[in-house]
Design a binder for this molecule. Structure first.
Ligand code: GDP
Ligand code: IMO
Ligand code: MG
Length: 424
């Protein structure tokens, strides 16, 4: 419900433990996501394109066609999960034959674009997301089924349109000298070699998505979203957004759980109106103990900027995201503030704004109007019942609920699945 990293993977972990699900499916985004689960012993498991059900026995994991798959990263992720002792094979993982493939030239292109933008760079994760989405919409995308078949992959590379030549002028001239076959800027032979291992490794995971969805009709399927509502390419804080429609859930969703932090963070470019003072951010990050050093990106390791809960953003996300109920995370991180602030409106050039502005320049310049609430000092990581929470904490949760106009059904007080309080 914010700018990503709200704890979505922890929420999936909790639901897989407390309810029966047959499968978890990712349906958008790609390697830009960094989804962290923490096992009972405190070990972190971070996934990027593999759905967060992979740790759970008996749960199938599907990567659907809306996901952008970088084959080299997919191989790395599966290998790392296996090294950690998790089973990953065709009995618990499938990749849609129509998933879009991210190739090296997407990443090269993105690096160049970001560099050209200088101070106005989006601050992307450099995982080739936007260029892959551009390829898809330019009708020049490669599908997983084609990637894993050397014949179709080679034909695809050779068919790349002339426009690709412009992206790779420099590369082309270097490669020409080496005498390789170059199709409009992309070195076909080099690509075939670079991806050969991944092609063979990933081939068995190919699934028929339509068939999977049909089978899921009478089963329990949990869709795992990525990024955050405000990073939606249409609705969000353009141009500082990702390249998928993060607010657009699959049509067969019965119930939508919005995941929101009890404060807010953002990594990458773009305004964060409620950004905290550095001293306040230190309290959120934790300066000592086992939880020290929180709020660093799970994909890029960049520090996330931290801010007070933004009621304008939360309400917009609840409405546009068609959120039924809210799962509030990281409430434990707010322990230690004598006063907690919440933005209830924005101020822009003397006017008060009460809803998320569509004009990008307005959002970049708004200033928050705050309301203060008394905080709490106790560590709440061991709370398991609503009654275990200090009264001020419960009051704070209630205020957020009013602002979002949605029931908060769960509160998360730590990264482990069991560190969750059900409020109903
Ligand atoms: P996601 O991208 O939404 O899945 O979230 P990330 O994994 O990128 O970032 C969330 C971080 O917060 C991870 O390090 C989680 O382990 C951690 N986390 C999740 N829920 C809680 C919580 O309630 N309290 C604390 N302290 N950490 C949490
Ligand atoms: P999860 O699923 C937080 C941000 C990037 C950048 C912008 C565009 O872990 O919540 P992109 O690489 O997508 O073109 O970058 O979006 N971003 C995320 N921020 N969590 C994510 O995913 C993100 N995925 C992209 O930092 O500002
Ligand atoms: Mg993340």
């Amino acid at each position: 419900m914010q700018f990503g990293d709200e704890g979505k993977a922890k929420v999936i972990d909790y639901f897989l433990i407390t309810r029966d699900y047959d499968a978890v499916a990712r349906y958008h985004g790609g390697g830009n996501a960094g989804h962290t689960q923490v096992d009972r012993h405190g070990n972190e498991v971070i996934t990027h394109i593999i759905p967060s059900g992979i740790r759970k026995k008996g749960v199938y994991n599907a990567i659907l066609s809306g996901v952008m798959v970088d084959p080299l990263e997919a191989v790395k992720e599966i290998t790392e999960l296996r090294e950690m002792g998790y089973k990953v094979n065709i009995s618990n993982l499938g990749i849609s034959e129509r998933a879009q493939i991210t190739l090296q030239y997407h990443k090269d292109f993105e690096r160049r674009q970001e560099r050209k933008k200088g101070g106005k760079a989006v601050g992307t994760t450099m995982k080739g997301i936007s260029p892959t989405a551009v390829s898809t919409h330019a009708r020049e995308g490669l599908r997983f089924a084609e990637f894993v078949d050397p014949y179709y992959f080679e034909k695809f590379l050779e068919s790349l349109p002339k426009s690709y030549k412009n992206f790779f002028e420099r590369m082309t001239s270097i490669l020409r000298k080496s005498g390789n076959v170059v199709a409009n800027g992309v070195n076909v032979r080099k690509y075939m070699e670079m991806y050969e291992y991944a092609m063979n490794f990933l081939r068995p995971f190919k699934i028929d998505e339509a068939d999977f969805l049909e089978r899921m009709k009478d089963k329990n399927l949990l869709y795992e979203s990525a990024q955050g509502a405000l990073l939606d390419v249409v609705l969000g804080t353009v141009p500082y957004v990702t390249a998928s429609e993060t607010c657009n859930p699959p049509a067969d969703t019965d119930k939508i759980i919005g995941v929101s932090k009890a404060y807010i963070t953002r990594v990458g470019g773009g305004n964060l109106p409620t950004r905290m003072e550095l001293e306040e951010e230190k309290i959120i990050r934790g300066v000592r103990g086992e939880t020290a050093g929180a709020e660093f990106g799970a994909t890029t390791g960049r520090p996330r900027n931290c801010g007070w809960f933004d009621g304008i953003i939360a309400k917009f996300a609840a409405r546009e995201g068609r959120v039924d109920n809210v799962f509030l995370t990281k409430l434990d991180r707010l322990s230690g503030f004598p006063e907690i602030k919440v933005a209830t409106a924005y101020r822009y050039k003397g006017d008060i704004i009460k809803s998320f502005p569509a004009e990008r320049l307005v959002f970049e310049e708004v200033e928050p109007v705050y309301r203060g609430f008394p905080g709490w000092m106790d560590d709440i990581g061991d709370a398991r019942e609503p009654g275990d929470l200090p009264q001020n904490t419960r009051n704070y949760v209630k205020r957020l609920e009013d602002m979002m106009e949605r029931k908060i059904t769960h509160v998360s007080v730590g990264p482990k699945a069991e560190q969750t309080i059900e409020l109903i």
